[in-house]
Design a protein around this ligand. Structure first.
Ligand code: IPE
Ligand code: IPE
Ligand code: MG
Length: 238
């Protein structure tokens, strides 16, 4: 492993894509691709912790994914529940804090309850923060924030001149989190699919044709090595 621990990305965000194609290549049901993808999640969480990443944010279900067939949504919700159940001990043993971003209220009641319980039980942990984006949409996040800000202005708590980057960031689902340093998208697509639109203004993007169920430790290390070769300028002269 040749990663420089002095130059680690503090926050890695991942668009986990390609489960369906992975299954299709094997003439299997898409759901089996999601099952195999869950093992990649376990590996990437463990590896993040081992190398010392502080924030890992995984795009697990988008607002737009509600358009998928009911059987697939039901299967994904079941996988999520089983994942939370099986990983709680791992999270407690390894000081992992669990958070979510997105419209959690849209999740089925039993799943929402498990999400809330896992968040509460791990809230005192101080190691890696694992955030799952669930029923998440970047535009929805921004307009939710706009509505909250508008209400504060109407009530007189805020003035229009108070609005600045910091204030907006503080009204997003990601309030208190650093912006991602590295965004990974698997499965060879070159799009953002409504993920963290505000937060990725200066994020380094890494794409790979590898499908999510095949994205394991070696692929992850490769992405971090690639990130470490980049020169980040944030608009300044080089
Ligand atoms: C990503 O895999 C998982 C979710 C979006 C829930 P996909 O299900 O999008 O897989 P492809 O893109 O069809 O291969
Ligand atoms: C993005 O993948 C959402 C998640 C990974 C959860 P999609 O497969 O839903 O995105 P599109 O449809 O290819 O843009
Ligand atoms: Mg996809």
């Amino acid at each position: 492993m040749s990663i420089d621990t002095e130059k680690l990305p503090e926050h890695v965000a991942i668009i986990m894509d390609g489960n369906g194609r992975w299954a299709k290549q094997r003439a299997m049901n898409r759901v089996l691709g999601h099952e195999e993808g869950t093992e990649s999640v376990r590996v990437i969480v463990r590896t993040s912790r081992e190398i010392g990443i502080k924030w890992l944010t995984l795009y697990a279900f988008s607002e737009e994914n509600w358009k998928r067939p009911k059987y697939e949504i039901t299967a994904l919700m079941g996988i999520l529940k089983r994942f939370l159940k099986s990983e709680l001990k791992e999270m407690m043993d390894n000081n992992i804090r669990f958070l979510t971003i997105g419209r959690i209220s849209r999740l089925p009641d039993d799943v929402r309850k498990m999400v809330e319980e896992t968040t509460a039980k791990t809230s005192g942990n101080t190691g890696l923060t694992l955030t799952l984006a669930l029923s998440y949409g970047g535009r929805q996040e921004i307009f939710d924030a706009m509505q909250k800000i508008a209400k504060r202005i109407v009530s007189g708590d805020l003035q229009p001149s108070d609005i600045n980057e910091g204030l907006i960031s503080g009204f997003l689902y990601t309030a208190g989190m650093p912006d991602p340093d590295l965004l990974i998208r698997t499965s060879g697509e070159y799009r953002i699919s409504n993920f963290l639109l505000w937060q990725i203004a200066y994020t380094e993007i890494y794409t790979t044709p590898v499908l999510w169920p095949d994205f394991r430790k070696a692929e992850y290390i490769r992405a971090i090595e690639d990130y470490q070769k980049r020169e980040r300028r944030f608009g300044a002269a080089g």
